[in-house]
Design a protein around this ligand. Structure first.
Ligand SMILES: O=C(O)CC[C@@H](O)C(=O)O
Length: 315
């Protein structure tokens, strides 16, 4: 069968597919050319960039599988594809740890002003060293602080485990009733049971020194105009889930007023062209949607995705 890996696939996954007798094309086809070219393929794999919408699906009667390397399927019309008999598969667990680690990259970046130091040091570092040292002189430790985790799925739980390892207190919200403890496995296989607390959103906003969001974008931002006033003064926010989950315009206002001390953003309202106010804001640590972009996660994703494709292409 012919598979188009339109947003790439790890070499391990590609080899598994080829060993199973499939042809894998990793040359990216731009979105506007897909309608003409995708009908020649039996399956497509995407990450978050390529959109597989109803009109594209309608033009590909031979398509058997749509594979999403990653978690969120918001770039695919999943129900519609399934109604046409196309299997839609994803790899929900493979990138959790990588996303969680990126959350802490942003948090540690935020509490020590690295986002700003990295911008200013190359320009002003030799003339204003002392002034910069003073500007970044009031950092904050994470230990003993409370992190609020919005959405306690796989990624949220990985965030909680790292936070516990750093000596932070964890509160979380979720639509479902979640655990009261988390089991942390230390090196040597020692397991420790640590208490965590599920609270409602208002309580989380009130008590958290830092908040990390791990929910899909639904119909409104999880932190928007109504929520910002409820936040603790000087909170740090991290969004490595989906653009729109934090209202960006309200965020800029809250950063400017000092209500929010800093934000770490991996995802944006209008990817891949985020708004200027966000890109240029001096209190935002930025990454271009790379939560899952580690060698380890991509290898796990490629392997899992290849397995799912092989299984579904047999049917
Ligand atoms: O691979 C990507 O481009 C992002 C993936 C990530 O947002 C996910 O939903 O798994």
């Amino acid at each position: 069968m012919k598979i188009l890996a339109n947003d790439g696939i790890d070499p391990l996954g590609k080899k598994m597919l080829e060993d199973a007798g499939h042809t894998v094309d990793t040359n990216h086809i731009p979105q506007e050319e897909l309608a003409a070219k995708l009908p020649a393929y039996d399956a497509i794999t995407v990450r978050s960039a390529t959109k597989v919408r109803q009109t594209l699906i309608d033009g590909c009667p031979n398509l058997k599988v749509i594979g999403r390397g990653g978690v969120g399927m918001d770039n695919i019309d999943v129900d519609y594809a399934r109604s046409k008999g196309i299997a839609v598969v994803n790899t929900p667990a493979a990138s959790s740890l990588s996303v969680a680690e990126l959350v802490f990259a942003h948090l540690l970046n935020g509490v020590r002003f690295l986002y700003d130091a990295n911008r200013k040091m190359p320009v002003e570092g030799n003339t204003k060293f002392g002034a910069l040292k003073k500007a970044y002189g009031a950092g904050t430790e994470l230990r003993g602080k409370t992190i609020g985790i919005v959405g306690f799925g796989r990624i949220g739980r990985e965030v909680a485990k790292i936070a516990i390892g750093l000596g932070m207190d964890v509160v979380y919200t979720d639509l479902f009733e979640g655990p009261k403890t988390l089991t942390i496995t230390l090196s040597g296989g020692i397991q420790v049971e640590v208490p965590i607390q599920q609270v409602d959103m208002d309580e989380l906003l009130k008590v958290s020194d830092f908040i990390s969001l791990h929910v899909p974008f639904l119909d409104r931002p999880a932190i928007g105009a109504a929520e910002f006033p409820l936040l603790k003064d000087g909170v740090g926010l991290v969004n490595a889930s989906r653009g729109g989950v934090i209202d960006e315009l309200e965020l800029v206002k809250a950063l400017d007023s000092g209500k929010v001390a800093f934000a770490g953003l991996d995802v944006f309202d209008n990817e891949p062209t985020p708004r200027e106010e966000i890109l240029k804001h001096p209190k935002i640590s930025l990454t271009p949607h790379i939560g899952a972009a580690t060698n380890e996660a991509q290898e796990r994703i490629g392997e899992e995705l290849a397995g799912l494709l092989i299984e579904n292409l047999k049917k």
